[in-house]
Structure formats: structure tokens, C-alpha cells
Design a protein around this ligand. Structure first.
Ligand code: ADP
Length: 257
């Protein structure tokens, strides 16, 4: 499982790079293609026209490469039912070797049977990223808590740039009592390659954000220097498989008889 995760992590970083590069390249290639085309059509000198055709063909080939890079970046993701219990059991297992004696890690699962539609490996990788960041924020030890809850989000919870979708969400929280973040760091958190660590990649949180967004979810951060950091992930719950509502329905049914 660890190996698969490392592979997924590598893939995610690569996909992130490929995705970013593709957009930039496309913006460069499109005018080039147009310029080549125009040169070929309007040049009086046949040599210039041939040059135009060459530029256009190269531009076109480049664009084709870009679109295959983009489809790689989007990846062939597998959607499955991800059980909360399985997700957090796997997280505990993966963290086992990394948590130092000075850190107390608690994982609280309110309902292991609840599940969301998505990709187990991606979500696991996202939680692992957050937990490893939390550990790195507590060099002198502290508390790492992973909490879960079910919550209704109103439309005004969502901010600009997000797709507001009021409804029921699963909230996964990773909470540490570490060094916290300054306002400046908080603002730049999701920038690609932004890191305050000597050996950091600055891709961890961005990749988390991407994963959560691709699950139709959102992320929130709260942090105070010297006090710690909370990351909250909100993932939409399908209306159909609500185990709590299911029990309630059954109970109401019994009461009615
Ligand atoms: P990396 O971990 O490689 O630096 P990330 O994107 O995961 O990249 O994190 C970016 C930066 O955000 C980190 O370098 C760190 O400054 C800050 N950060 C992330 N998580 C925490 C945390 N739990 N506590 C304090 N700072 C954090």
C-alpha cells in the first residue's frame, strides 16, 4: 500500500506539472499557429510561405502534444465507494512509523461505515500529506488529531471561485498543536512550489486542494502562530446512502406501527 501511495504521489506531482505546463504552452502555441498560417497565406515570397507552413505545422504538432499531456494530467481516475473506516485505518497504518514518541496521534471516526464516492488512494494521499505536514510543524512534539463529522453546509459557506453547493458534507479535520502559520504563509499556502522547508516541494497542499476539488469538495484552513493549525476537508455526501437518515427512517417506521 505504501508503494502504491508513493507512486500515486509521484503521479500527482507529475500531473500537476503537466497540467500547469500544458496551459502555458497552449497559450504560446496558438498564436504561433495563427502566425504561421497567416504567413503562408499572405507571403509574396514562396520561401516565406514555406516557412509559414513549417511554423504552422510545428505549432499544430505542439498543440497535439499538449492535449495528450492534458488528458494525462486529468488522468484515468477510478471512482469507487470509499468507506471512512477503511480510509482512516489505512492512514493510521501509514502514519505508524512516522509519529515520534513526543506526538500523540488520535483518530476519531464518528461512523466507519459512512462512505463517499471518490478515489481511495487520492484521498488517502491527501490526508497523509496533511498529517505529515502537521508532524513537521511539531518538532518538539504535541497533539495530532484527525476528526470526522457530518455537517450541513449552507450556500454562503462557499467563497468566490468555488462552486456553491449547499448540502450534506463529510468533514475530515487534521488538527495539530504545532508552530502555526503567519498571515503571510497562510496567504501563499496553495501557491505551486511555495515552501518554508529546506527540502519541501511546495506541491503538497496544492495537490490536496486539487484532489478535494475533483471530489466536489472544499478545503478550509485555520492557523495561529504558536498555537497550531487546522485543516478541514469537506466532501459531499450522496443523498442516497445516508446511514443515519436510514436508521431514522426505520425507527420512524417502527414508531408508526
Ligand atoms: P511542503 O510541505 O513541501 O513545504 P506544502 O504545500 O505541503 O509543501 O506546504 C506549504 C507550506 O505550508 C509549508 O512549507 C509550511 O510552511 C506550511 N504548512 C503546511 N502545513 C502546515 C502546518 N500543519 N503547520 C504549519 N505550517 C504548515
Amino acid at each position: 500500500a505504501e508503494l502504491e501511495l508513493i507512486r500515486a504521489q509521484r503521479f500527482e506531482s507529475l500531473a500537476l506539472l503537466a497540467g500547469g505546463l500544458s496551459h502555458d504552452l497552449r497559450n504560446l502555441l496558438q498564436p504561433l499557429l495563427l502566425a504561421g498560417d497567416t504567413l503562408q497565406d499572405y507571403a509574396d515570397d514562396p520561401r516565406l510561405a514555406r516557412l509559414g507552413a513549417l511554423v504552422r505545422d510545428c505549432g499544430r504538432r505542439g498543440l497535439e502534444m499538449v492535449s495528450s499531456m492534458l488528458s494525462f494530467a486529468r488522468g484515468a481516475r477510478r471512482a469507487e465507494q470509499v468507506r471512512l473506516g477503511a480510509l482512516l485505518d489505512a492512514l493510521k497504518l501509514l502514519m505508524q512509523g512516522s509519529v515520534p514518541r513526543t506526538v500523540q496521534m488520535d483518530v476519531d471516526v464518528f461512523d466507519p461505515e459512512i462512505s463517499i464516492e471518490g478515489n481511495h488512494t487520492e484521498l488517502q494521499q491527501c490526508l497523509l500529506n496533511l498529517c505529515l505536514n502537521a508532524l513537521q510543524a511539531m518538532p518538539d512534539g504535541g497533539q495530532l488529531r484527525v476528526e470526522t463529522a457530518q455537517i450541513n453546509l449552507p450556500e454562503d459557506f462557499f467563497v468566490e471561485g468555488e462552486q456553491p453547493a449547499a448540502g450534506r458534507y463529510l468533514r475530515l479535520s487534521v488538527i495539530d498543536s504545532g508552530v502555526g502559520m503567519s498571515q503571510d504563509v497562510l496567504q501563499r499556502l496553495f501557491e505551486p512550489f511555495f515552501t518554508t522547508k529546506e527540502t519541501g516541494t511546495g506541491l503538497g497542499l496544492l495537490s490536496c486542494k486539487r484532489i478535494i476539488a475533483s471530489h466536489g469538495g472544499v478545503m478550509r484552513v485555520r492557523s495561529k502562530p504558536g498555537e497550531g493549525t487546522q485543516f478541514h476537508l469537506y466532501l459531499p455526501l450522496a443523498e442516497g446512502d445516508d446511514s443515519i437518515a436510514e436508521t431514522m427512517r426505520t425507527e420512524t417506521g417502527l414508531l408508526g406501527e
